[in-house]
Design a binder for this molecule. Structure first.
Ligand SMILES: O=C(O)CNC(=O)[C@H](CS)NC(=O)CCC(=O)C(=O)O
Length: 281
């Protein structure tokens, strides 16, 4: 079975209302080009540089206009849409947001939700520090979801560095793994492609990784850059798509039989064994 998937590469600002028309236009283009599913990057609605900026514009899941508009559009187009993530208010006492991925069915229904588990609290360089857990509360539940074409495994961005999450998705039957991202330029150049290929190869799964790209200007005048290079990797490790640095939409045809082929050639998923923790000697 062949699946035609579209990746959206975005340069989202910190104003969800300003970002939405472009996202809608690219989703329409994806469907016009024959896509059955379209995937958007992490924080599709808002790439922000400050919690104050987020507080001013973010909504709860119930009130979020990006989610409502994409659900309506998915139903109109009969298109599956993976919203890589939305930054959403939660009503938690500490005021932290959720970094939440949604799979929207072709009837507009929310088919699955996933909250990013691993928070990017990292000093990337002398001048570049991220403290995601100050603004976002982590999730604690891995998610796979069945569609008519494949079982999907959900993850977000920094999760990519935790191979045991992907092992659990693959062992739960995931054949296509989604890694929507807003990778930093420094770590993107050094690690992004290698980590994506490793996750595909070690699990014999397609990896679909739509990305934020470019220079994101915030209303407070601050800026943030992301790596771009939305990617699709085949289960044997080949790069099927690299979107480079420009925003836009790209399509790829996935031959889903390649999952079984890769896993038959190297059945490492069947060779997992329980073992004791390391003995220090
Ligand atoms: O803050 C937001 O608006 C949404 N969250 C993100 O963009 C997060 C935290 S700053 N980015 C990453 O996880 C990049 C991971 C990365 O670059 C790596 O693993 O090297």
């Amino acid at each position: 079975m062949t699946l035609r998937a579209a990746l959206l590469q975005l340069c989202s600002s910190d104003d969800p209302a300003a970002n939405l028309p472009n996202t809608i236009a690219l989703l329409r283009q994806a469907q016009a080009d024959g896509a059955q599913i379209a995937l958007t990057p992490e924080v599709t609605n808002c790439v922000s540089t400050s919690r104050a900026g987020q507080n001013a514009v973010l909504q709860t899941e119930e009130d979020d206009q990006t989610l409502a508009a994409i659900r309506t559009l998915a139903a109109e187009l009969g298109l599956w849409v993976l919203i890589g993530s939305l930054a959403l208010k939660t009503g938690d006492a500490d005021g932290r947001f959720a970094n939440r991925c949604f799979l929207i069915g072709p009837d507009g229904a929310i088919t699955a939700r996933y909250d990013k588990i691993h928070m990017f609290d990292v000093q990337v360089s002398e001048t570049e520090t991220y403290h995601e857990s100050a603004a976002f509360r982590p999730g604690d539940r891995a998610v796979v979801v069945d569609t008519p074409f494949a079982r999907l495994g959900l993850s977000i961005c920094y999760d990519l560095r935790f191979p045991m999450l992907y092992r659990s998705l693959a062992q739960a039957g995931a054949e296509v793994i989604c890694v929507p991202a807003a990778f930093s330029p420094v770590t993107g150049a050094a690690h992004w492609l290698s980590l994506l290929r490793a996750r595909a190869i070690e699990n014999g799964a397609f990896v679909l990784a739509p990305a934020q790209t470019g220079l994101h200007k915030a209303r407070d005048g601050r800026e943030r850059r992301t790596h771009g290079h939305g990617m699709v990797i085949a289960p044997w490790g080949e790069v099927l798509l690299d979107m480079g640095r420009d925003p836009g939409v790209a399509l790829v045809d996935l031959d889903l039989a390649r999952v079984q082929d890769a896993r038959a050639r190297v059945p490492s998923l069947e060779h997992d064994r329980d073992f004791l923790p390391p003995e220090v000697s």
